[in-house]
Design a protein around this ligand. Structure first.
Ligand code: SF4
Length: 394
């Protein structure tokens, strides 16, 4: 396994890591500028894998996927340093990788640079043991992540309904092969642990697949109902750092959060995987707090965002959650208009429900054992139009 902060070839002060930032209207220039602070020469003659967040099939500038010009700048910087560069991703369940690369603008920028583009779900996975794992003891990791010399995590700055934020550490979940990503959402509670299994599992994952370098795209991020149904938020900043936890921590601060409140970052730092205390991170230029712009938090309960709906979410993965949010945004009013004002519409996603109220609309294969309680929409995930058809079927 090549990944792991202790093996990073880039210079970093472990107890007081540096994070660099640049802001302005041009994401390409911002990225090139931050990368001038990091000596990339150790990547000469090495194979570098850039891992943006292209997990969904959406247009650029929606705040859902990494801006293509940030990726373009990273490719150019590493090519100039003498590296062989590729861009790879493994998307969420139900998304076709090459279509997502095309729509996100990534295909175009790699073509013009003669840079390899990799659907990392195609090759067979490599099993990776997690000796210090608490929630998980092994992972199915995409082959390229184990074969390339240097892994660069390039997330887009977003809030996340399940994990608080999704930044560099969490972005590495897209290095897990095909549907094995979903497994992290389906873990049972661990007796004696205060934190949720998903957060512990992400920290476990970061013990073996921490990136060697992080570039965070805050050009257009996402606030509120992230990672896919929130509002785009333009911050026009790019951050870079060798310590993924430290870079995530400063991104959190810019978003108006403290990394201590993000469970997977808190657990990881306690285990010594990186630094999240802003007082122990050197941020350059020093006036970074001037560009802070608080992001709306993800709501605790989806029902708050959609009055008249009771949404029961137990151990769902991001794919079903995205489908449901898209469905409610598109068809929520139509559903509400079909029932009296004083009647709630109950919807369930995820595998962890012990019981569900009678009349629940059960969405996704994970809810199949409750299908007798109301209506059931199969699929993993189903698409929004299928949910609508099932809801109005007699
Ligand atoms: S049914 Fe939904 S929650 Fe379950 S694994 Fe599939 S997409 Fe995820």
């Amino acid at each position: 396994m090549n990944a792991g902060l202790s093996h990073t070839p880039f210079k970093s002060e472990k107890s007081c890591p540096s994070v660099f930032w640049a802001s302005g209207q041009d994401p390409y220039k911002n990225t090139r500028k931050v990368l001038t602070n990091i000596n990339l020469s150790p990547s000469k003659n090495k194979r570098v894998l850039l891992k943006p967040n292209i997990g969904r099939n959406v247009e650029p500038k929606t705040g859902v996927t990494t801006h293509p010009q940030v990726v373009a700048a990273a490719i150019d910087a590493f090519l100039e340093a003498g590296a062989e560069v590729a861009v790879g991703e493994s998307p969420i369940t139900g998304v076709a990788m090459l279509e997502a690369f095309e729509k996100s603008g990534i295909t175009d920028i790699t073509k013009t640079r003669n840079c390899r583009l990799i659907d990392m779900d195609i090759s067979p996975y490599v099993p990776v043991e997690i000796p210090d794992g608490v929630a998980i003891k092994s992972l199915k990791v995409c082959r390229e992540v184990t074969e390339y010399d240097i892994i660069v995590s390039i997330p887009v700055m977003k809030t996340h309904m399940h994990t608080g934020v999704t930044l560099s550490v969490k972005n590495m979940k897209g290095c897990l092969w095909r549907r094995s990503k979903v497994d992290l959402h389906m873990l049972p509670e661990i007796p004696g642990q205060d934190e949720r299994s998903l957060d512990i599992a992400i920290a476990d994952m970061s013990s073996v697949i921490r990136p060697h370098l992080t570039i965070i795209d805050g050009t257009i991020g996402m606030e509120g109902l992230g990672p896919s149904a929130g509002k785009p938020k333009a911050l026009n900043v790019v951050l870079a750092g060798v310590d993924a936890f430290a870079t995530d921590s400063i991104a959190c601060e810019l978003m108006g959060f403290s990394a201590v409140g993000i469970p997977h970052l808190k657990i990881g730092t306690k285990r010594g995987y990186g630094v999240i205390d802003p007082d122990k991170i050197k941020v350059l230029p020093e006036n970074w707090k001037d560009i802070r712009s608080p992001f709306d938090l993800p709501p605790d309960k989806l029902s708050i965002e959609f009055p008249g709906f009771v949404i029961l979410d137990q151990q769902s993965c991001s794919a079903c959650q995205s489908t449901l949010l898209m469905f409610l945004k598109r068809y929520g009013k139509q559903l509400r208009d079909s029932v009296p004002d004083d009647k709630d519409i109950i919807i369930a996603i995820g595998k962890g429900h012990k019981e569900l109220p009678k009349g629940t609309l059960c969405i996704g294969n994970c809810t199949i054992k409750h299908k007798g309680r109301g209506k059931f929409v199969p699929g993993c995930p189903p698409v929004a139009s299928e949910i609508l058809n099932e809801y109005f079927s007699s």
